[in-house]
Design a protein around this ligand. Structure first.
Ligand code: BJW
Length: 245
């Protein structure tokens, strides 16, 4: 059993909805990013090969957005940090978000499966560098000097998400899977709930503003703004007032 005195290991999958109340737009809501830009043109590996300047313009605009606002962790991020610190067994946050609000909220055990803001990667030498620099097709890699191959350290459609071995190992040993603020539209993250149910009968709960695409796969669903439902759910878990089996 992957439990510590009756407390299962927990994997929390988060998506853009958890950061919405911190001022960051989601992707697929009516006012989301994909209502304003064509994802095929800015967030696919094909787009990078076809028109890197356009992809980098999108990245630079996002970078300017973050820089111009005071974006801070909200009560949902802080509640997950509290869960990690007070739960007797391991709590891992697997986030699809590139923002660093989980870390800012105090979580230590976080994997960014779709990459991370503030990092760049060279397609020529694979060096990952901490940098928030604006990028253009004439940018040279600081490590290998190759021009035009430095890109944001994010995962586009058609690319393999990061940390998949560690994520699958955590899913295979968790007894409670919690999904927060994600539409369930993007794989492989959208398939994690089926995986944990099939593989080891973990209890599964979704917390979201509305039912996600795969809501019927979860045992339980709690709906409302993340800043309200996540702290209340964490409180209930820590006080033993909610079932995790
Ligand atoms: C609130 C709230 C509040 C609002 N409180 N909640 C055909 C079938 C199946 C799969 C495929 C297929 N063709 C291709 C694929 C694979 C493809 C895919 O899934 N496509 C689908 C669109 C069909 N996936 C990939 O290509 C991935 N790679 C891959 O699969 O590799 C192969 C592989 C195989 C086997 C194992 C492993 C790998 C890569 C996906 C890369 C995604 N990249 C992006 C962009 C990052 C770049 C950037 O940011 O610049 O990542 S896309 C975008 O979507 C971003 C997000 O992380 C991701 C998920 O979005 P998320 O977080 O769910 O946001 P939303 O907006 O969709 O939902 C927000 C939710 O919050 C909503 O439900 C709201 O209601 C809620 N909400 N306010 C609580 N206050």
């Amino acid at each position: 059993m992957h439990q510590e005195f009756g407390h299962p290991k927990i994997v929390v999958l988060t998506g853009a909805g958890i950061s919405k109340e911190s001022g960051i737009d989601t992707f697929r809501d009516a006012d989301g990013l994909w209502s304003r830009v064509n994802l095929e043109e800015v967030a696919t590996i094909e787009a990078w090969h076809r028109d890197p300047a356009k992809v980098l313009d999108f990245h630079n605009a996002g970078r300017a957005f973050f820089a111009g606002r005071n974006i801070t962790p909200n009560a949902a991020h802080r509640a997950l940090a509290r869960l990690e610190h007070e739960w007797p067994a391991e709590v891992l946050v697997v986030t699809q978000n590139i923002d660093l609000l989980h870390e800012g909220g105090g979580s230590k055990n976080v994997l960014h499966m779709h990459g991370q803001a503030g990092k760049l990667r060279c397609m020529a030498c694979e060096t990952i560098a901490d940098s928030d620099a604006e990028l253009s097709v004439t940018t040279a890699c600081a490590a290998c000097g190759v021009v035009g191959q430095t890109r944001p350290h994010v995962v586009w459609f058609g690319e393999m998400p990061l940390h998949m071995d560690a994520i699958m190992a955590a899913l295979d040993s968790c007894g409670l899977f919690i999904s927060i603020g994600t539409s369930g539209a993007v794989y492989p993250a959208a398939g994690f709930v089926q995986h944990v149910r099939r593989k080891r009968r973990a209890h599964t709960v979704e917390l979201n503003m509305e039912r996600s695409d795969g809501y019927q796969t979860f045992h339980d669903g709690i709906y409302g703004p993340a800043t309200e439902v996540v702290p209340a759910f964490v409180d209930d878990l820590l006080r033993g007032r909610t079932s995790h089996a």
